[in-house]
Ligand binder design. Sequence first.
Ligand code: DX5
Ligand code: ZN
Length: 223
Amino acid sequence: MVRIAPSILSADFAALGRDIALVERGGADLIHVDVMDGHFVPNITIGPPVVRAIKRVATKPLDVHLMIEEPDRYIEDFVNAGASMVSVHVEAVPHLHRTVHFIKKLGAQAGVVLNPATPAASLEDIAGDLDFVLVMSVNPGFSGQAFIRHSLEKLRAVRGVLDRAWSSAVIEIDGGIDLSNVGDVVSAGASILVAGNAIFGTPDPEGATRALRAAAVGSPTRA
Ligand code: DX5
Ligand code: ZN
């Protein structure tokens, strides 16, 4: 099953409620929320109060992608604010096993994110504990960047690591996803597709969400 997760980083921050309603009408399965602190990545976005506000209007689960230093300090706040899925970067967390189990203990699904230059093998000893893996197909920080083609090999490598660990974790892909590559990423093993610019950068976010799903569902899936 493919799920579409529009990233509100490209939405109109003065009209988040309206933009979320549009993509939900277009069939969005999740709302992807990018949290950036100006340290781990060179951009600053939003924190728990905005997640809480979004939670009041969204009908779909919130998928919160933490691009921050010391995420352990804030995970509980984000779950209390309404996050159903929380992902942390391998590169930002010294005790990944502890962090993953902390997220699960709070009742959220736990995900781990790999930057483009971080190898799939870094998941080997945590794969069995994960609900999902997020593969970055751009360097995190901004919407509207070009998809890094090597991410297709990364997706296949991550699926291999998960399979060897008998992990049922699903793979999410984030960065530069659009109609031109959605089929390739699904064929390579991704089943949650994040898209910012390809949805909110168009005049019709509702139709763009629908079109992405149609293109994804039309492609051969790996499993
Ligand atoms: C990038 C973020 C992405 C971003 C995706 O750091 O994690 O979620 O919003 O935007 P597009 O789809 O425009 O690359
Ligand atoms: Zn993201």
